[in-house]
Design a binder for this molecule. Structure first.
Ligand code: SF4
Ligand code: SF4
Length: 479
């Protein structure tokens, strides 16, 4: 039995979250990961427990059940309080332990996902670009085939798993398509010699998806993320060619090439919204319709991040509240699709829904600096495609072990903001780069706070969806 003392001892913001979403009330418990829909009486009881715990602080636990019941009894009938305490106590006692915990660190010296940043250049000039059109604070640069060959040799040598994942990023990687082709063909043959299977991932702005490029991507079974912010009037606001023309028409024409092809079934459309132009629901519905029409397998919609301090495109945390109705409305659409047996496509909601269902604790959300490595055009190794300076070694002299060790220690329990966050084990701590010392400027802190609110809200919506589905299951069983 958990008892009042233990209930109060653990009734901290980092362990429990009481929240309302879409007219329903829930209790979320961080560890083990669990959630319950509450009726009004249980909700009121737990609110009183919380108030008692915070007013009495350390004294509360010592006074045990009687202390709590005396306090709560001032606001509701004692018999009712005893019943609710019993109910909640047994509810906690039946929580299944999480399936497993993942502290997903690679073997020492190994790589699981290598991203070739083959182009510090871009054919576009988006207003909210966070990497200076791919220049990362330097001049435009493309990776040569010679560097690419050494980079592939280095990466293959450090792969310890059966499957080898090669990613391509920029700037715009298709600006350097020759090198991309070289890496794919050379990497594939080298992987085969080692008895390993290679897979390929491309992040692109979508403007250079010619027929030849699409054929190549199809031939090598690429997975692709293509940027499309939403309908033309939203997309062209930010995503422009260097001469200022909007890119929507070009990208849309190119996406026609992949429509209903196998490549479309490995393509995610990605929308970025900036401070002044969220129109969130419009984007979600537009991208959802495109994906349903065969232009992709899923989509994501995210705020612009990694912007300079003076950027007008940073979304301040206080603005998140304005987006809640749009996220909620889309969650209702998402739930209806689930009930109708239709495919669900909104990446972030799918992501948290899966994690909430599995109840597996995540200590990290990405392999930044450890299993994930980025190679820039000069052969320098970086922890992430958003890392400008420092780095974790280079392909000539190898990994900088101390730099990698620093990254591997960055678990959700080690990061000060995350360790006290109720959502930590479902979120996994988000983007590691956002928490690096280099990211401690005002702009990062602001956009991080915004993104945390977004993730926490999406987790609440995932809990709501699961609860609604369970209610339907119960009705079906009893009906
Ligand atoms: S396509 Fe990407 S790299 Fe190029 S300008 Fe736009 S955001 Fe920057
Ligand atoms: S990244 Fe934000 S939402 Fe995720 S655990 Fe850390 S503080 Fe919580």
């Amino acid at each position: 039995m958990i008892g009042a003392g233990m209930l109060l001892d653990t009734f901290s913001d980092s362990q429990f979250k009481l929240f309302e979403v879409l007219g329903k009330r829930f209790l979320f418990r961080a560890d083990p990961i669990s959630s319950y829909e509450l009726d009004e009486k249980s909700w009121n009881f737990l609110q009183l427990c919380r108030r008692y715990a915070s007013e009495k602080k350390s004294d509360a636990g010592k006074k045990g059940d009687d202390g709590l019941l005396d306090y709560v009894g001032r606001h509701m009938e004692r018999a009712e309080a005893v019943r609710l305490l019993g109910e909640i106590t047994s509810m906690f006692a039946t929580i299944p332990e999480a399936e497993s915990s993942t502290l997903d660190l690679p073997e020492e010296d190994s790589v699981e996902y290598a991203v070739f940043n083959i182009s510090h250049a871009c054919n576009m000039k988006c207003d909210y670009c966070s990497v200076e059109q791919g220049r990362f604070g330097g001049s435009e640069k493309l990776m040569s085939k010679e560097t690419a060959r050494k980079a592939v040799d280095f990466i293959i040598q450090h792969y310890k798993k059966e499957a080898i994942a090669f990613g391509f990023f920029g700037g715009e990687p298709l600006v350097n398509f020759d090198t991309l082709q070289f890496i794919v063909e050379y990497g594939k043959s080298l992987a085969e010699q080692e008895g390993k299977k290679a897979s390929f991932y491309l992040t692109t702005n979508g403007t250079l998806l010619t027929e030849d490029v699409v054929d190549f991507l199809e031939e090598h079974r690429f997975h692709m993320i293509a940027s499309l912010d939403g309908p033309k009037h939203l997309h062209d606001r930010m995503r422009k060619f260097r001469d200022g023309r909007g890119t929507f028409d070009t990208i849309f024409r190119n996406l026609e090439r992949i429509r209903n092809t196998p490549l479309s079934q490995r393509t995610t459309l990605r929308s970025t919204y900036a401070n002044e132009s969220s129109n969130l629901l419009e984007r979600l519905i537009f991208l959802g319709n495109l994906v349903d029409a065969g232009y992709g397998i899923g989509f994501s919609v995210e705020p612009a991040m990694f912007l300079p301090n003076d950027s007008e495109y940073i979304s301040p945390p206080e603005q998140f509240a304005a987006l809640i109705p749009d996220y909620n409305r889309y969650a209702e659409i998402f739930l209806q699709k689930l009930k109708d047996g239709e495919p669900i496509r909104f990446f972030h909601l799918c992501h948290f829904l899966t994690r909430m269902k599995r109840k597996t604790k995540f200590y990290r959300d990405c392999g930044c600096g450890t299993s994930y490595v980025v190679i820039n055009p000069d052969g320098h190794l970086h922890s992430c495609h958003q890392e400008w300076d420092n780095g974790i070694g280079d392909i000539h002299s190898g990994f900088d072990d101390s730099a990698r060790e620093w990254w591997s220690a960055r678990t959700v329990e080690e990061k000060s903001d995350c360790s006290a966050c109720w959502a930590r084990y479902v979120c996994g701590g988000g983007c590691e780069m956002e928490y690096s010392p280099a990211s401690d400027c005002a702009a990062f802190v602001t956009s991080r706070q915004f993104e945390c609110q977004m993730k926490q809200h999406l987790i609440k919506l995932a809990i709501w969806i699961i609860s609604e589905l369970q209610r339907d299951d119960h009705h079906d069983e009893s009906g």
